[in-house]
Design a protein around this ligand. Structure first.
Ligand code: 5RP
Length: 226
């Protein structure tokens, strides 16, 4: 039987795909919640919806191909109409922590190109202040130790993400370090400080990118808009 958190993810995804229209370019997120949306989009395509999609990870790309969702090269377009993606946390200003699945770099690029970014989450993802979830930071392997030391000056304690005995490698061939900053009272400031550190390719603070968060809440959904 599907548990209540899975139900909330599915409900949020079903609500979000209603915002997709014919002939749009659609960004496809990564993660277990985004997977419900991709499945739903696959059904819509099967029933005649005409879109072109841009996946945010290799695994999302594989899923889209299996579902016959037409893809388009991101380097051939100027903007994306709507993207649907998950998040690890969101606050009342719709700032996000993303990257739990390790796809934050492509996700942020897709989000930055998107006119309407819709985030879909279950009810465990809503927080008053970001930071309980450790912040994923994508670093080039050469700089991983340097970045671990630099984030300590920002009161962050980081660890390289592992997959068994080896480092987790992102789709772009980088490492992820997961950093505990404690509660992040000023995400805009932290984001700008992280952007200054050499070797960081991207980090999981998504500031002012989400237009809408759709949260599954028991048997229904709640929408938050920016
Ligand atoms: C992947 C992400 C995901 O959107 C985030 O981790 C949420 O995943 P899930 O829907 O499985 O909880 O940012 O990089």
């Amino acid at each position: 039987m599907i548990n209540s958190i899975e139900k909330e993810k599915e409900l949020a995804a079903k609500e979000a795909i209603k915002f997709i229209n014919n002939n749009q370019i659609v960004g496809l997120g990564t993660g277990s919640t985004a997977a419900y949306a991709i499945k739903g989009i696959g059904e819509l395509v099967k029933n005649g919806l005409k879109i072109k999609a841009i996946p945010t990870s290799n695994r999302t790309k594989e899923m889209a191909i299996l579902l016959n969702i037409p893809l388009i090269d991101i380097n051939t377009i100027d903007s994306i109409d709507v993207s649907i993606d998950g998040a690890d946390e969101f606050d009342s200003k719709l700032n996000l922590i993303k990257g739990g699945g390790g796809a934050l770099l492509r996700e942020k690029i897709v989000a930055s190109l998107t006119k309407e970014l819709i985030i879909i989450v279950d009810s465990t993802k809503k927080v008053d202040t970001l930071g309980k979830f450790k912040l994923p930071i994508e670093v080039i392997p050469f700089a991983s130790n340097y970045v671990l030391k630099k984030v300590q000056f920002l009161n962050g304690e980081g660890k390289i993400r592992m997959l068994g005995d080896t480092e987790f490698i992102t789709d772009e061939g980088n490492y992820i370090i997961d950093v505990d900053f404690g509660l992040i009272s000023d995400p805009i400031y932290l984001s700008s400080k992280l952007n200054e550190i050499e070797g960081i390719v991207s980090h999981g603070l998504f500031i002012k990118l989400a237009r809408k968060v759709i949260m599954g809440n028991n048997d229904t959904t709640i929408s938050f808009e920016s």
